[in-house]
Write a protein that binds this ligand. Structure first.
Ligand SMILES: *[C@@H]1O[C@H](CO)[C@@H](O)[C@H](O)[C@H]1NC(C)=O
Ligand SMILES: *[C@@H]1O[C@H](CO)[C@@H](O)[C@H](O)[C@H]1NC(C)=O
Ligand SMILES: *[C@@H]1O[C@H](CO)[C@@H](O)[C@H](O)[C@H]1NC(C)=O
Ligand SMILES: *[C@@H]1O[C@H](CO)[C@@H](O)[C@H](O)[C@H]1NC(C)=O
Ligand SMILES: *[C@@H]1O[C@H](CO)[C@@H](O)[C@H](O)[C@H]1NC(C)=O
Ligand SMILES: *[C@@H]1O[C@H](CO)[C@@H](O)[C@H](O)[C@H]1NC(C)=O
Ligand SMILES: *[C@@H]1O[C@H](CO)[C@@H](O)[C@H](O)[C@H]1NC(C)=O
Length: 454
């Protein structure tokens, strides 16, 4: 067995990291909700997005002015049909066709529409009629796209809430609510047959709201914490985002659809709430979003899906001042409507030249590490202390599973039982980076070594 030594891997990685990072962070998206009366004009909006490393924007509807303003920017656009349109889309293919004629054809391909989400959180709406019509509606939208020769170019899906999972703890036991019966199976078959993603809204924020102990907060904010062991896999999870995404993966896997791509359609943290509110704060919002972005940029992936970052749409671009409900509902914005930042999480293109593992160390939310089991470090040069336990908690340096050399608090655990597994993780990562930045030869070499090890 040929073993690629860490040192070689580190060298290769360091080489890559000194190279200017192209703005190909295609996994970074953001939500643009419009329940507001103070939103900037579409052209300013487009300019703002272009000044960031955000590559995709998700609209809840199909506002033509916004779609048009994004023409020739390359920014991927997700548009949505309202839940109320689902019965019409399901029963009337003429209506579906005219929906595509009106909302897609005038703009595509100058405006890079990549996905149409049919409804939002329909499966947890308790509206059986709507739930029954969801799949036929998606099928009609797909048919209309196919008729317009856009099948495969623009994908069709729907967006779920985490409520579709009956169980999500531990992540390996993630499973869908069995009461959906064949409905969920039909949707997954649709995703699989059409190569469209399973889109889901995941909010570690809500997990914290239901258990407000400090250690849960640290787990949710990607900060140093004791981690959570998945007893089935012996994988120790170091953050809630990975745990939630892997729970979704396990649910898909249990239905035989592990190859369906997962997209996180919404995730975020409000920076302000009502007086009695726990959780919302600038500090927490900045820590969550900043550490999440660094985690995604590191390409570490989740323990069950290592070496890649799921497409993730931050919530949200701006506040929506007309939204009902608690104050936190109106305060998810990363940008103000005057286009300045509410807080800086390194989204600006001027932050792109740093390593993909942008360090969130400037965050004011430095936590007390004296009591954490994983000590993290922000330097790249610490040597690996190869701990032999079957689940090795990876600090960014400890086990060498991570290129996220700078992400002090961004610890992800991968089940590493041998050094060859560690090497494989490296190889996958270098392979991906090579592809990402056009070092094809490097990728091929990695592939070669990878197969030597398997
Ligand atoms: C759809 O439109 C076509 C022509 O525009 C028409 O002939 C057909 O009856 C319509 N179908 C329905 C179900 O409305
Ligand atoms: C994790 O490692 C343990 C011990 O080596 C092994 O039994 C288990 O199957 C592994 N889990 C995964 C998901 O690889
Ligand atoms: C992003 O870049 C700007 C300008 O170089 C810098 O002031 C800011 O601190 C950076 N933000 C982060 C989070 O790295
Ligand atoms: C960190 O934790 C230790 C022990 O729990 C405590 O004594 C110390 O004051 C804490 N430091 C901060 C900055 O919270
Ligand atoms: C660590 O945290 C636990 C619970 O959060 C607490 O009981 C314990 O005293 C802490 N230990 C130290 C050394 O601070
Ligand atoms: C492995 O790590 C654990 C916890 O971090 C520690 O208790 C143990 O002594 C380490 N084992 C070796 C062989 O270093
Ligand atoms: C890991 O454990 C195995 C046996 O369990 C031992 O042979 C090996 O030397 C250990 N390696 C390290 C780096 O501790």
């Amino acid at each position: 067995m040929v073993v690629l030594p860490y040192t070689v891997a580190f060298l290769l990685l360091s080489c890559l990291q000194t190279v200017k990072i192209a703005n190909s962070q295609s996994f970074l998206g953001i939500n643009y909700g419009q329940v507001a009366d103070n939103l900037p004009p579409p052209s300013s909006n487009a300019k703002l997005l272009q000044s960031t490393s955000i590559q995709k924007v998700r609209l809840y509807g199909s506002d033509p002015a916004i779609i048009k303003a994004l023409a020739n920017t390359g920014i991927g656009i997700v548009i949505g049909t309202a839940n109320g349109d689902i019965p019409g889309l399901a029963s009337d293919s003429n209506f579906t066709k005219s929906w595509i004629n009106k909302n897609v054809l005038p703009f595509y391909p100058a405006s890079n529409i990549i996905l149409i989400t049919v409804g939002n959180e329909v499966m947890t709406s308790n509206d059986q009629n709507l739930m029954n019509k969801l799949l036929p509606a998606m099928q009609n939208v797909q048919n209309a796209l196919n008729d317009a020769s856009l099948g495969g170019k623009i994908k069709v899906s729907t967006v779920h809430s985490m409520g579709v999972l009956k169980q999500s703890e531990p992540p390996s036991s993630g499973s869908f609510d069995p009461s959906y019966g064949d409905l969920m199976k039909g949707l997954l078959e649709f995703n699989s047959a059409n190569g469209s993603p399973f889109a889901i809204n995941t909010y570690p924020y809500f997990a914290y709201r239901s258990d407000t102990r400090p250690e849960i907060l640290a787990f949710c904010l990607f900060q140093p914490n004791a981690g959570r062991m998945d007893g089935n896999t012996k994988i120790k999870y170091m953050n809630m985002f990975d745990a939630q995404v892997d729970a979704v993966y396990s649910a898909l896997n249990s239905m035989g659809f592990k190859n369906v791509e997962i997209v996180v359609a919404e995730t975020g943290w409000p920076f302000k709430g009502d007086d009695n509110d726990v959780g919302p704060s600038i500090e927490n919002a900045k820590a969550y979003n900043g550490n999440l972005i660094a985690h995604l940029r590191s390409m570490v992936g989740t323990p069950l899906m290592p070496g890649k970052s799921v497409d993730t749409y931050l919530f949200a671009l701006y506040d929506e001042d007309l939204k009902p409900g608690p104050g936190s509902e109106r305060s998810p914005g990363i940008f103000k409507t005057d286009l300045t930042m509410v807080y800086d999480v390194g989204l600006s293109t001027s932050n792109q030249t740093q390593s993909p593992a942008a360090s969130p160390q400037s965050s004011p939310t430095t936590t007390n590490t004296t009591n954490s089991t994983t000590t993290t470090t922000t330097t790249t040069s610490t040597t690996t202390s190869n701990n032999n336990s079957s689940t090795s908690t990876s600090t960014s340096t400890g086990t060498g599973t991570s290129t996220s050399t700078g992400t002090g608090t961004n610890t992800v655990t991968i089940n590493i039982s041998s050094s060859s597994d560690i090497n494989k993780v490296y190889l996958i990562k270098i392979f991906n980076l090579g592809l990402l930045y056009g070092f094809t030869r490097l990728s091929l070499i990695c592939l070669f070594f990878y197969y030597l090890q398997t």
